[in-house]
Design a protein around this ligand. Structure first.
Ligand SMILES: [Zn+2]
Length: 284
């Protein structure tokens, strides 16, 4: 407990974005000579920016790995949707088959009736009975024609649906292959990047040892609060490389002089000049 409160107390003030004054810089021992102050601050900044470079790589790896599972999920959703569509079509085909079977039964029923009425016509007692049976036969003949028409329609509908099912099945097959490939890719990337991440994590831990406690605490706090994970940023085109707000010329000069650690007045990120950036980039 005592230790943690001490760490808090020691946390540098410069991470407060409201204090944009020079007093916000991390103090260096007053006894140190000008030259050694510059060296010490430069060393600290270099160590910090090196740590940032390593951690940024870790962030990138995690981002890559983060996107693939989403792609896999999207494909799985697609496949589920296609399977549902096929299932629906199959049910509709079944319904059409049942309709056709029903119409066939109706046709044979009508044909039975026609035969019966024709037989009855042989034994009629008068024209009125004969005509009445003729009307019944005519009606049943029309029923047969209507049912036959319906069967043709249903059959055409089934052919169309079968064609669609075939297309959807092909699409489904394609997606399944994509999914298989994506899953393999994901596995490879996870395995590959895990190793890389572990190595980077190791060097991040090693690099942390080279940075004094309160500076490291500040770094970690800024990094946690920054959406892009950047706590140490270069001055780029006269602006902060983290929030892109302009930095006054005098402040840029101070940053280049390495007399103290200077943070962005707007976002609180630690600022480094191109000297530090290029010396760190050489090691990567
Ligand atoms: Zn900024």
């Amino acid at each position: 407990m005592a230790k943690s409160s001490k760490t808090e107390k020691e946390a540098p003030r410069q991470i407060n974005p409201s204090t944009g004054t020079e007093g916000s810089a991390v103090a260096v021992p007053e006894s140190a000579s000008e030259e050694s102050v510059e060296l010490t601050v430069k060393k600290k900044l270099t160590a910090l920016f090196t740590l940032q470079a390593i951690d940024t790589q870790v962030d990138k790896i995690r981002a890559i790995r983060g996107e693939l599972p989403l792609e896999v999920e999207d494909l799985e959703d697609d496949i589920e949707g296609l399977e549902t569509r096929i299932e629906k079509f199959r049910q509709e085909l079944k319904d059409l088959e049942a309709e056709i079977a029903g119409k066939k039964v109706a046709i044979s029923d009508s044909q039975e009736l026609i035969k019966k009425y024709e037989a009855q016509q042989m034994n009629v007692r008068n024209n009125r009975e004969y005509d009445s049976l003729s009307k019944e036969i005519e009606f049943q003949t029309l029923e047969v024609q209507l049912a036959e028409k319906k069967i043709r329609e249903f059959t055409a509908g089934m052919e169309l649906k079968n064609e669609t099912v075939k297309q959807v099945e092909e699409e489904l097959e394609e997606r399944r292959k994509d999914l298989e490939a994506k899953k393999n890719e994901l596995e490879d990337i996870v395995a590959e990047t895990k190793k890389e991440e572990e190595l980077l994590q190791e060097s991040s831990e090693k690099q942390k040892v080279a940075i004094e406690g309160r500076l490291l605490t500040a770094y970690q706090r800024i990094r946690e609060n920054a959406r892009n994970g950047l706590a140490v940023v270069p001055v780029e085109r006269d602006a902060c490389g983290g929030c892109f707000n302009k930095i006054p010329p005098q402040r840029q000069l101070d940053i280049r002089l390495h007399k103290k650690i200077i943070v962005c007045e707007y976002c609180g990120r630690i600022l480094v000049d191109s000297d530090i950036v290029s010396s760190v980039e050489l090691n990567f």
